[in-house]
Ligand binder design. Structure first.
Ligand code: P6P
Length: 329
């Protein structure tokens, strides 16, 4: 069967059709798609190549990095570098922004990414993924970390991949959320869902309840209510928590419900990173008809102050987010 629509053809058809389009965004998106295909293969064969385990390096977050974190980071930096269409890159694995080489002084876009989210789960064959955000540069000329200091309302495109039972690629350029599945027989991402929408209300909550004792009491009250058959959502929710953001987010968007990684007494600004985890997933979720807040304001309205800022993250269907806000109002 000849695939009706591949990522490359879809992006060119959807994003390159605008009169002022130069093709740079399309090239960036398809370059990220190529990087994801390569990372997918790395993840699938890591166990055979001895790529599981720690790299011996700690990242700017002070966390031990895995060999695959570094491999995935290098793939994206090399491929985006070769695209010639980015002004600067921010990676979870790198302390500072990576400036583009010669000839990219007038690039229109900057890209932030988490090259391999959830990598601590790799050895247990739990889904992991890549998350990215694309902004326009704020001013013409050589881009820098300053070009990332923009609210998520300025996002041009964002997306994520999940390396699981299949490799999926989900992205949006502000015209709906579209899902692709990697067909290994042809090495192409094939369009499998157009305009993905989150159910208005679901029945799944997703949070690490190991933090219960150090959560805000309002968070404890909300979670207690979610587990009660007498709550205002029509009954008790069930719990699902993978511990891999892309997997928990993807399930929440497709099945409905709410994912929460809020602040706690040890992490007042939460654990997840604003620029390359919360902003791209908040953009996707709003495009899918849901919402994403940091407990009090829309994630997309937050102005980053640093490229590795963290952010409390509560994301899901409108009904669940409104109910959450009734505890934090
Ligand atoms: P916790 C993985 O390390 C990660 O960054 C996300 O993928 C995941 O959602 C979160 O941390 C899990 O955090 O605190 O539940 O271990």
């Amino acid at each position: 069967m000849i695939p009706t629509q591949t990522l490359t053809r879809f992006v060119l058809q959807e994003e390159h059709k605008h009169p002022q389009s130069t093709g740079e965004l399309s090239t960036l998106l398809t370059s990220i798609g190529l990087g994801v295909k390569i990372i997918s293969n790395l993840v699938a064969t890591a166990g055979l190549k001895g790529l599981h385990g720690y790299s011996g390096r700690t990242n700017v977050q002070g966390e031990d990095t895995y060999k695959l974190d570094d491999e995935a980071d290098s793939v994206l930096v090399d491929i985006l570098g070769a695209s010639g269409h980015f002004g600067s890159l921010v990676s979870e694995e790198r302390d500072g922004a990576i400036e583009a080489g010669e000839g990219s002084e007038n690039a229109k876009y900057v890209v932030a990414f988490d090259p391999l989210d959830g990598s601590s789960n790799i050895g247990s064959n739990i889904p992991v993924g890549t998350i990215f955000t694309i902004f326009r540069t704020k001013t013409p000329g050589k881009a820098s970390a300053e070009d990332f200091m923009q609210p998520g309302t300025n996002v041009v495109a964002a997306g994520y991949s999940v390396y699981g039972s299949m490799t999926s690629f989900v992205y949006s350029c502000g015209h709906g959320v579209h899902g692709f599945t990697l067909d290994p027989s042809i090495g192409e991402f094939v369009l499998t869902e157009e305009n993905i929408r989150i159910p208005e209300q679901g029945n799944i909550y997703s949070a690490n309840e190991g933090y219960w004792d150090i959560w805000d009491t309002r968070m404890q009250e909300f979670m207690t209510s979610l587990r009660s058959k007498n709550n205002k959502l029509g009954g008790a929710y069930t719990s699902r928590y993978v511990g891999s953001l892309v997997a928990d987010f993807d399930r929440t968007m497709r099945k409905g419900g709410i994912f929460l990684h809020p602040a706690n007494q040890k992490r007042e600004r939460g654990k997840l990173r604003l620029l390359y985890e919360c902003i791209p997933l908040a953009f996707i979720m709003e495009q899918a008809g849901g919402r994403a807040i940091d407990e009090s304001m829309n994630v997309l309205d937050i102005n980053p102050e640093g490229i590795h800022d963290r952010c409390p993250f509560v994301v899901g269907g409108k009904r669940e987010i409104e109910y959450f806000e009734s505890f934090f109002g």
